[in-house]
Design a protein around this ligand. Structure first.
Ligand SMILES: NCc1[nH]cc(CCC(=O)O)c1CC(=O)O
Length: 300
């Protein structure tokens, strides 16, 4: 029997996606015999839904309120989309578990069931992410990107209302919301590398909460942890946040001498998108991320 703590208080943002993700983790813990209570918490990113993310505090806007509640002892764990989590560690907090990731790819939700290649020149793609617009522009299809914000419902609504021809979203978010039927194309990472950490969840807790850490341990997926550690180290070495034009995707693959880690990276620049890949041992994901980032910078 795993060590039991009376009740785990799980802090969650109020968006449908956050609640779906928090419920996944809560149910996994309940299946292990723990009692879990969801505690809703508002973040800057939820209160101000209009301003560009860069203007209202950048990468941390969705997580700082949850982290404050953790440090204050108001909650025991917080479930984050790993891609929204700044790479800088926070004193007193750790990522206690990274569960197995969903499909990391981006998808297109376009009018009339169209794919990227079928959209006419001049078609307007709604996306607020420089990573996505840089990679779409690099395809040379004459598509135009326009900044949008909002939750998944809002973004898909822009297509339904004819405000944009298509939007690009993370497949994992749609999967967790049960809306995969609206996808018109799943984008191959050859064209569109996802955001570092995309589709992975991070379960954060206080570093000294040994009972909570013990409860979280069975949720951990070591291959996902290795992959996202490489991706996030690439991002950190490039000194970029979730709003930077950086794509990365790592995978553990079976090599001749056992498992190895492959990492692909993309960096958007004035003159286009630079892409490179590298491989390394699974036990040094950070070293691989750093090495590929430095290579991307050298070729600048
Ligand atoms: N930027 C917001 C955000 N944060 C996490 C997801 C989706 C789930 C995930 O990637 O884990 C999304 C929506 C999107 O990018 O379409």
């Amino acid at each position: 029997m795993t060590q039991q703590i009376r009740q785990i208080r799980l802090g969650t943002r109020r968006s449908k996606l956050a609640i779906a993700q928090s419920t996944l983790v809560a149910d996994a813990l309940r299946n292990l015999g723990h009692e879990v209570e969801l505690v809703p918490i508002s973040t800057t990113g939820d209160v101000d839904k209009v301003s560009p993310v860069e203007q209202i505090g950048g990468t941390g806007i969705y997580v700082s309120a949850l982290r404050d509640a953790l440090l204050a002892g108001e909650i025991d764990i917080a479930v984050h989309s790993l891609k929204d989590l700044p790479t800088a560690p926070v004193d007193g907090l750790v990522i206690g578990a990274i569960p197995v990731r969903e499909d990391p790819r981006d998808v297109l939700v376009a009018r009339d069931g169209l794919t990227l290649g079928e959209l006419p020149r001049g078609a307007v793609i709604g996306t607020g992410a420089p990573r996505r617009s840089a990679q779409i522009e690099a395809l040379g299809l004459g598509l135009e990107c326009t900044g949008i914000r909002g939750n998944v419902d809002t973004r898909i609504g822009l297509v339904a209302d004819g405000k944009v021809d298509a939007v690009v979203l993370a497949r994992a978010g749609l999967a967790r919301l049960g809306r995969l039927d609206e996808v018109t194309e799943t984008l191959d990472p050859i064209q569109m590398l996802p955001s570092p950490g995309q589709a992975a969840l991070a379960v954060e807790c206080r570093a000294d909460a040994t009972d909570v850490l013990a409860a979280l341990a069975p949720l951990e997926d070591p291959a996902t942890r290795a992959a996202v550690t490489a991706e996030r180290q690439l991002l950190a070495t490039l000194e970029a946040g979730c709003t930077a034009p950086v794509g990365a995707l790592a995978e553990v693959v079976e090599g001749d001498d056992g498992p190895e880690l492959w990492l692909r990276g993309a960096l958007g620049q004035e003159d286009g998108v630079r892409r490179l890949s590298a491989n390394g041992p699974v036990d040094d994901p950070a070293g691989l991320g750093r090495a590929l980032a430095n290579e991307l910078l050298e070729r600048t």
